[in-house]
Design a protein around this ligand. Structure first.
Ligand code: IVH
Length: 356
């Protein structure tokens, strides 16, 4: 499962995997004395829940200040450096890490002595909902940390659950064909899958995750953001392979713009890049303003939504004779392209937007 869902590099046929899974189920049924809550057979647990329990994060889940464009990014960097100087942290060279800002559902995963014990939503940042049963169904989330990584007494792993874009398109097609309402965007479909009470439903959605940070940690000393990523990878979590460490804010800006140029080639939505100071000692000493840490900033991309006028609705005739209405729009620039037509196949969306 690790090779398939995390490394994306399986070494056995799917049919062999299925056979082994059945064999494991039979062995566990025959030897209940070896029951293991971290067994891969324990992903989908039983009955729908009647409600979610509130959970207070040991470390709050912070939000991020925004920077739009190079000037605001340079401003953030000046303020960060001023704080470093003020704190007497000196003139040492500053390293930054640039990560994609995943547009999904923020979650926190708690492991005690290497075993998954709880998964929660971000909520208001201080407390969220216990959605363990749904998160357990995500095959890329380890139920036990890999032995390659040092195992802390306790660790909260932070990441973003998302639905890959190809899976989102397939899901909406299925729902439309079944006469069910479609999801407005991948983020809503991921959030909707996690924030509902039936784990069997979550298990049926091919949800994925990128991990990028830690909350509370006991019994593990890490010195930098890069070491966090290395630990996460070794412990078995998916960490985005495009993350880079750089030595200057100019270089960080370049990386962030690189993500903006590549965003349409990815199989997940991103709405910016996150630039973080690499050094965790600096991070701790710099602290936060309100909910937003001084040591990180979200480099926001140009928006991909825009408002325009519906000039006409025209109808094309498909190959099978189906009549397909489409919108003729007042051309509008959005996400770097000019949009002048749009499909109108989603009646719920047409109604929601009040198109007339
Ligand atoms: S760091 C500094 N890194 O963005 C603490 N957050 O606007 C904040 N997000 O709530 C978390 N990708 O849900 C961080 N690579 C990334 C992220 C990321 C997406 C989300 C996260 C957070 C929100 C803040």
């Amino acid at each position: 499962a690790y090779r398939y869902y995390v490394l994306d590099d399986p070494t056995i046929e799917d049919a062999v995997y299925d056979d082994w899974m059945r064999e494991l189920e039979a062995l566990e049924a025959a030897h209940p004395e070896h029951a293991d809550p971290a067994s891969p057979t324990r992903r989908i647990g039983g009955e729908p829940l009647t409600g979610f329990v509130e959970y207070t994060h040991r470390e709050p889940m912070l939000s991020l200040a925004n920077a739009r464009g190079d000037e605001e990014l340079a401003d953030w960097d000046r303020r960060a450096r001023a704080t470093i100087a003020q704190e007497g942290l000196g003139d040492r060279p500053v390293a930054y890490v640039v990560e994609p800002k995943i547009d999904g559902l923020a979650i926190s995963l708690t492991y005690e002595d290497g075993v998954f014990v709880r998964g929660t939503t971000r909520g208001n940042g201080v407390s969220g909902e216990d959605v363990s049963a749904n998160l357990r169904t995500i095959r890329a989330i380890p139920l036990r940390l890999r032995a390659e990584a040092e195992t802390p007494r306790l660790v909260e792993v932070r990441g973003e659950v998302y639905l890959p874009l190809d899976a989102f398109a397939a899901l909406n097609e299925q729902r439309a064909a079944a006469g069910e309402p479609t999801f407005a965007n991948p983020r809503n479909s991921a959030a909707g899958s996690i924030r509902q009470l039936d784990p069997a439903l979550a298990a049926g959605r091919p949800l994925a995750i990128w991990c990028y940070a830690l909350g509370a940690v006991e019994g593990l000393e890490l010195a930098s953001q890069q070491e966090i990523h290395a630990w996460l990878r070794a412990a078995g979590f998916p960490v985005n392979p495009g993350i880079r460490a750089v030595g200057s804010i100019a270089e960080a800006g370049k990386q962030a713009r690189g993500w903006e140029e590549r965003r349409n080639t990815l199989n997940y939505d991103i709405d910016g890049a996150v630039i973080k100071l690499d050094d965790l000692t600096l991070q701790r000493q710099m602290g936060s303003v309100g909910r937003a840490p001084r040591w990180a900033v979200a480099y926001k991309f140009a928006p991909t939504t825009a408002t325009t006028t519906l000039n006409d609705i025209q109808i094309s005739v498909g190959r099978t004779g189906a009549l397909v209405p489409f919108a003729v729009l007042e051309p509008v620039v959005v996400g770097g392209v000019t949009v002048s037509m749009a499909t109108l196949h989603n009646q719920d969306d047409v109604a929601r937007k009040g198109l007339m």
